[in-house]
Design a protein around this ligand. Structure first.
Ligand code: PFF
Length: 450
């Protein structure tokens, strides 16, 4: 095992972290959750949760990762030798692998739709025929072979990036993909603004209506914030272990949170005005980006160009998140099982692909197979989001709050006292980590279970 890689500077770390955070969660899930949960009211609750609960949790991952400079399992051996805290590391690897198993399937769909948009495929479908678009999507995801090939291609691209390592693979890829995504999404927002009747979409996004807000809204926002910020799956911890000792991890965390949230809102601004302008319901479920949007693109001025841009964004977003997920088991295998990076990538690739194929087939031929009443795909989603990520997150805040302690937390946050200022802020965050976050995460966990 050679020298451990590092991100080359703050910008490199930041784009990689934002790349992990910005993903299908922002573009695929956030807009429809906003649509279902009362528009701006949801966004306001979401932002509060992100700042008060998720940012402190991200700091925990940062502190553990950067302090130990180890993979998710080795981190706890270094920080709490001889203890069982490394169970958090096992949970993190399990989370990353289960998430990637179904994420790679949806990643494959984005690739397929990108290919379709490049061939101007949506225009071939009868204009305005919503049923046709939903038929195409259904036929595609339930067919036995095509989605598997796209999942395979998506995972192969992920593996290809991860093989090159932290610097030449992950950082380099994020450095060109993220700016392109930003420019393109801003372009689509501007396009969306020019559509007739689009203002209704903006009003919907930004005019708060708290009349439909309930406990479920808060839970939905919490779950989404967790997923969107890649918390509880070991990715932040793993990436943090590649951050140099002289970087300011508070700033990097704040930058990641800001970047992810801005991106989610931009996605809303790109999608909702078009949805309103076209007169479809904003409360569409997961089919929003694969059914409703292609239909809109096929019917709008410049739609084919916008479709290509949109699916490039979606694909880039998925791939940068996917590489961060794959790096978790890869770093674990390299450091704990003494594998070469290439072997570690191959082992991860094959195992995740096998699970991914099962997830993909569960949309069609394996549709009859149910685990606790859920399809395999939904079961993986449920296990990762509701069990592994939440328990992992819960144990992590308890670890930092009660075992690692305030002195070590502050020491890492301030780079051994070399960074000054914001002392009260660190006290505040530590208070949340120690008392509020465990309670809140435990409540989410049990409510979701019931
Ligand atoms: N944050 C990613 C998204 O919003 O799509 C998903 C994700 C990536 C979740 C990495 C968890 C993770 F560790």
């Amino acid at each position: 095992m050679g020298e451990r890689d590092n991100f080359s500077n703050r910008f490199g770390a930041l784009v990689a972290l934002i790349g992990s955070a910005v993903g299908l969660g922002n573009l695929w899930r956030f807009p429809y959750l906003v649509g279902r949960n009362g528009g701006a009211a949801f966004i306001i609750i979401y932002i509060c949760i992100v700042l008060v609960i998720c940012l402190p949790l991200m700091l925990c991952e940062m502190v553990v990762g950067r302090r130990s400079k180890s993979n998710v399992f080795g981190a706890f051996r270094k920080l709490a030798p001889g203890s069982h805290w490394n169970i958090i590391g096992i949970l993190a690897v399990l989370s990353a692998v289960t998430i990637l198993s179904f994420y790679s399937v949806v990643g494959g769909w984005t690739l397929a739709y990108l290919v379709k948009s490049l061939g101007f495929g949506f225009h071939a479908v009868a204009k305005g025929d919503g049923a046709a678009f939903s038929g195409i999507f259904k036929d595609f995801v339930t067919s036995p072979v095509q989605p598997l090939l796209y999942t395979l291609a998506f995972m192969a691209i992920t593996g290809f990036v991860v093989i090159f390592g932290v610097n030449r693979g992950i950082e380099k890829t994020s450095k060109w993909m993220m700016p392109i995504m930003l420019v393109m999404i801003v372009g689509i927002v501007i396009w969306s603004m020019t559509l007739p009747g689009s203002s209704a979409g903006f009003r919907y996004l930004f005019k708060p209506d708290f009349s439909h807000v309930g406990w479920n809204t808060v839970l939905a926002a919490l779950g989404q914030a967790f997923f969107s910020l890649s918390l509880g799956a070991g990715t932040i911890m793993t990436y943090a272990s590649y951050i140099r000792k002289d970087e300011n991890i508070l700033r990097i965390s704040a930058g990641t949170v800001l970047g992810d949230t801005v991106f989610a809102i931009l996605a809303g601004c790109a999608i909702m005005p078009a949805v309103f302008s076209y007169g479809v319901s904003p409360a569409q479920g997961p089919g929003l980006v694969f059914v409703v949007l292609p239909n809109i693109f096929a019917n709008m001025p410049m739609g084919s160009i916008i479709a290509i841009m949109f699916f490039i964004i979606l694909f880039f977003a998925a791939i940068t998140s996917s590489i961060s997920l794959m790096e978790v088991p890869v770093a674990f295998l390299i450091e704990e099982c003494h594998m070469k990076r290439k072997t570690a990538v191959l082992v991860s690739f094959v195992s995740i692909l096998a699970l991914g194929c099962v997830c993909s087939l569960s949309q069609g031929v394996l549709g009859g197979v149910k685990i606790f009443g859920k399809s395999i795909f939904d079961f993986f989603d449920f296990m990762s989001a509701n069990i592994f990520m939440t328990i992992g997150g819960l144990l992590l805040v308890i670890f930092v709050g009660w075992k690692l302690g305030k002195a070590a937390f502050k020491d890492e946050m301030t780079n051994g006292g070399r960074l000054h200022g914001a002392n009260w802020l660190l006290d505040f965050f530590f208070f949340i980590i120690k008392f509020a976050a465990p309670a809140v995460i435990a409540v989410i966990f049990f409510t979701n279970l019931i």
